[in-house]
Design a protein around this ligand. Sequence first.
Ligand code: ATP
Length: 197
Amino acid sequence: MKIVGLTGGIGSGKTTVAGFFRELGVPVYIADDAGKRLLNTSSEIKKKVIALFGSEAYTGDSPNRKFIAAQVFNDKMKLEKLNSIIHPAVEIDFQNWLTEEKGEYVIYEAAILFETGSYKKCDFNILVTAPQNLRIERLQKRDNSSTEEIRQRMNNQWSDEKKRKLANFIIKNVELGQTRLQVKHIHEEILKAGKNC
Ligand code: ATP
């Protein structure tokens, strides 16, 4: 079964696009959701996160998300360290999930796909883009976050320019109807490519 990576900057519309693939019957794995779940359930991760941030990182078995977010907010090194704890566990979880799925291909959605090198394990990679002002507007509406907070999070990710070079498909997510059409087109291309293998 083929693996198709799906990524994009914050607020670009990755999860919205993943939903459109799901509507076409494609199984979707959301790495960020898995990471959050594993932070709650994996004792191995808990041990490593406490070693990195101190005992305040957990209250009992529950991660102290606000504390952890504050630790990594302005600290790229710590964010990378946190990712390097969670990423391998997500990788194992994804491989387990994959064994249960059927179809021509699955979507692996991750906020950081090119940054971690995970894209190399995918047969194709899709980048979702949208103008920065639109992304900020969407996130302010969805999360009530400040422009400053959003810009800071954007600075922790690679630029679209850098990601474009590694993507097989690029979706411009501005108008939802157009986005849905682009998804349908890419879906057909992937199925066609499958037949040629
Ligand atoms: P994050 O990186 O923060 O998880 P994301 O890239 O997964 O974000 P979504 O959650 O899909 O992005 O979209 C962000 C917000 O913008 C959501 O509230 C979503 O409903 C809205 N949105 C996404 N695409 C569009 C669009 N084309 N038109 C209008 N609103 C949109």
